[in-house]
Design a protein around this ligand. Structure first.
Ligand code: B12
Ligand code: SF4
Ligand code: SF4
Length: 393
């Protein structure tokens, strides 16, 4: 089968099974590889060791599949509804995670279909489908395959359909008919994404300090969130959409045809207080198949406490007090921080409730054994005459 005919058939099949963007490019060393190494060197990957550990595999797609000659780059649209206004006790979840299913499962299922289809066309072909986790700069290959440009917010934007697309790649050991790379940038003089980022995570246009991005902090970062970034995280508890929501190219993007991305009420936004009542098993049962499973119970409850600390309300306090009792130190620490934010930020808090909070914090200074959690109790509690007793450790 000739490359042009094969490519055409593969693209048609990809469209039929639910991808909206498709383009082909050769398997080459990505031009951004040396910048990728600089990016790692600068520490912008934070705790994402998996990027550093496989840095040499990014040099060429044969680090993902030996013998690869071509890539069919694919995009799946996930835009459905819009974000709801935030309110105390609720946390915002990034759009890609609103539905019931994890997009990796959705896409993998279709990549397997593509693999079977390619084998029907060419029985000896070697094919591998990847999404997200392989050492491949997906946005760079998507640009090479003509799907759009890498924008100032570092994401791939399609003209005219915007950036609410998830990317995937089908690697093949045969030649395809290649699309023209997308050479132009359509960001122009706009800097809306750079200006709007809540944590100031952009070092400059096209360069993101991943370790400051809310998406990283809420999903990938496993330790306590750096204190200086907590207030800036607003009410995001999984991912962040700010640098895409403000983008002019995303104002009229088509709706995703995939029902799996339509928000289930519970995640749009997510009610936070009830989460503190779920034990490990209950949490697993509720979230195991959803994108909220990735940070696990400890990550989601840490994020929930921080979101509540950023929007103080008397009704949060019982849940946060429960959090200070949790077996998981990460959750106890975040709940303590959030309660302290309530003491600072809640006007007109009922005196008996304030007393309960202070009593609990004081009690914890006597009993808390974990050093990181103890550190959350350090310092004054914004009460000039407060006597905080520290245990002798
Ligand atoms: C690690 C990762 C992250 C990290 C780092 C993000 C990043 N921008 O790299 C974190 C956790 C922060 C993240 C967040 C998000 N992610 Co993410 N992420 C990835 C992943 C797995 C790897 C990306 C990677 O290799 N980054 C490494 C850096 C080096 O890449 P880079 O930004 O392109 O870096 C270039 C520039 O810095 C540049 N550069 C130019 N000049 C200079 C100069 C210097 C000195 C330096 C240092 C660099 C430099 O060169 C570098 C190489 O090209 C990809 C999937 C994949 N395998 O590609 C998904 C992916 C990029 N993520 C995706 C999404 C959807 C998101 C979020 C929107 C999720 C959310 N809603 O919360 C946010 C968006 C944040 C943002 N503005 O980027 C999609 C993007 C789809 C699209 N349309 O572009 C991808 C492709 C996943 C997928 N399969 O669809 N993500
Ligand atoms: S996802 Fe949010 S925190 Fe991350 S770069 Fe974009 S605006 Fe900033
Ligand atoms: S907001 Fe403006 S600068 Fe940022 S990606 Fe969109 S067009 Fe480019």
């Amino acid at each position: 089968m000739k490359p042009a005919e094969l490519t055409q058939s593969l693209k048609q099949e990809a469209k039929r099974i639910g991808f909206q963007l498709m383009g082909a490019c050769p398997a080459v060393t990505p031009t951004g590889y040396s910048d990728f190494l600089k990016w790692l060197e600068a520490g912008y990957a934070g705790e994402m060791q998996y990027l550093q550990e496989r840095h040499s595999a990014y040099e060429h797609p044969d680090g993902v599949m030996p013998g690869v000659k071509s890539l069919l780059m694919l995009g799946m649209s996930y835009r459905t509804a819009d974000h709801c206004a935030s309110q105390p006790g609720y946390g915002r979840v990034a759009r890609y995670a609103w539905g019931e299913a994890d997009y990796h499962d959705l896409i993998h299922k279709r990549l397997k279909q593509m693999k079977r289809y390619a084998a029907e066309l060419l029985p000896d072909v070697n094919v591998r489908g990847v999404v997200d986790t392989a050492p491949l700069l997906e946005r760079e290959f998507a640009q090479l395959a003509g799907l759009g440009w890498r924008a100032k917010n570092t994401l791939l934007i399609n003209k005219p359909d915007g950036s609410f697309y998830l990317l995937a790649a089908l690697l093949l050991d045969v030649e395809l008919e290649y699309d023209q790379p997308f050479e132009a940038s359509h960001c122009g003089t706009c800097t809306a994404c750079l200006d709007a980022c809540p944590t100031n995570a952009f070092v400059g246009p096209n360069v993101l300090d991943g370790s400051k991005c809310i998406s990283y902090l809420t999903i990938e970062h496993r330790s306590p969130i750096p204190v200086e970034l907590r207030s800036q995280m607003q009410d995001w508890i999984l991912g962040c959409d700010v640098c895409q929501d403000v983008c002019p190219w995303n104002q009229r993007t088509p709706e995703s045809p995939h029902a799996e991305f339509v928000p289930i009420d519970a995640s749009h936004p997510l009610e936070l207080r009830g989460l503190f009542e779920l034990d490990d098993d209950q949490f697993r049962q509720r979230f195991r198949k959803t994108p909220l499973w990735r940070p696990k119970r400890r990550g989601i409850l840490r994020n929930a406490a921080i979101a509540m600390g950023n929007q103080p309300a008397e009704e949060n306090i019982d849940a946060l007090l429960l959090g200070t009792n949790d077996e998981e130190p990460l959750i106890r620490g975040a709940a303590i921080w959030a309660l302290r934010q309530h003491l600072k930020g809640l006007d007109g808090i009922a005196p008996e409730i304030e007393q309960r909070v202070r009593d609990r914090l004081r009690q914890l200074t006597q009993t808390e054994a974990d050093l990181q959690v103890q550190a959350e109790l350090d310092g004054d509690w914004d009460q000039p005459n407060e006597q905080v007793l520290r245990p002798e450790v």
